[in-house]
Design a binder for this molecule. Structure first.
Ligand code: ADP
Ligand code: MG
Length: 287
């Protein structure tokens, strides 16, 4: 590989908004055969909105007050929804985030749980009657969370995120370059599959805990795959670091950008097939 052609390649990439940290990453991009995309904030805009809520205003007040302590995009959506309805929030005595599951808060001596099946199951809340509603929301690609107060089920809040306009086209172009495209998410399988169908990925790995994302990349690598990970969140950082190529979304967190080898400006997914194309053109010229 001549240093000059690599410089020309990374220069051309930079002009397009693809920032390689070093020339070696352009060469590694040429070798890729698998690309793993985080869902929230990568395939979707990461700005979810509440679409459905089954409780009354008092439940909403407790729900939103509890979520106020969370920095998760799901929490932001719920707090924004309550604010729009002029709901005043209550003071929170204690707050805990349970990664990949939800949150727990104490408000006015009541224990508030908000999260997925795993969370409520873990606290012995009876959610047997709710499976039908949950599945319906999930089949629509929504993330459905349940609220329990003092271990009693009180309602469902469903949130939907908008898929980026160019996601399906970008994924098609990556596939045209001969790569397999996989979606990786902590969200539940049914929701993930509904989104996957809309954007045309080859397969889905769902219900992955934040700390397990890197493990999933390693598994793919052990199947002799050359893997790029694309992500935006703090919880994507270890996976970005361990992948053969880590690609951070420019609109994502600083931690993700630091852990990655490449950053694509503005979160434009079309820059991913573009980067692959530039790497192929550059390496071909070297040979
Ligand atoms: P993602 O990979 O989509 O960012 P996470 O691992 O952050 O997913 O979260 C997985 C699941 O845990 C969510 O789909 C949701 O059901 C639940 N969850 C996470 N954070 C919260 C929260 N603040 N409130 C309610 N539920 C949450
Ligand atoms: Mg994300």
């Amino acid at each position: 590989a001549t240093p000059t052609s690599i410089m020309v390649g990374t220069g051309k990439a930079a002009e397009n908004g693809i920032l390689f940290k070093g020339g070696e990453h352009l060469e590694q991009t040429h070798q890729l055969n698998t690309i793993v995309l985080d869902k929230t904030g990568t395939i979707t805009k990461g700005k979810p909105e509440v679409t459905d809520f089954t409780g009354d205003n008092e439940i909403l007040r407790l729900l939103a007050s509890a979520e106020k302590g969370s920095e998760h995009p799901l929490a932001e959506a719920i707090v924004a929804y309550a604010t729009e309805q002029d709901i005043n929030l209550l003071e929170v005595t204690s707050f805990d985030a349970i990664p990949g599951q939800g949150i727990k808060a104490i408000i006015q001596n009541k224990e508030i749980l908000v999260g997925n099946r795993k969370l409520l199951d873990g606290y012995n809340v009876d959610i047997n009657g709710e499976e039908g509603s949950l599945s319906e929301y999930e089949a629509e690609g929504k993330t459905a969370m349940m609220i329990a107060i003092d271990q009693r089920f009180e309602g469902i809040v469903a949130v939907a995120d908008t898929i980026k306009e160019t996601a399906a086209e970008a994924i098609k172009l990556i596939q045209d370059e001969g790569l397999e495209v996989i979606m990786l998410t902590g969200d539940n399988t049914r929701t993930a599959k509904a989104i996957a169908r809309q954007v045309g990925v080859d397969s889905v790995i769902a219900e992955v805990l934040p700390e397990e994302k890197a493990e999933k990349i390693k598994e793919l690598q052990s199947q002799r795959k050359k893997v790029a990970m694309v992500g935006d969140g703090v919880n994507d950082a270890p996976a970005l670091a361990i992948a053969d190529i880590g690609i951070a979304i420019g609109t994502g967190t600083e931690v993700a950008i630091e852990a990655a080898d490449v950053t694509i400006l503005g979160g434009e997914l079309l820059l991913i097939p573009k980067a692959i194309k530039i790497s192929h053109a550059t390496i071909k010229n070297i040979k």
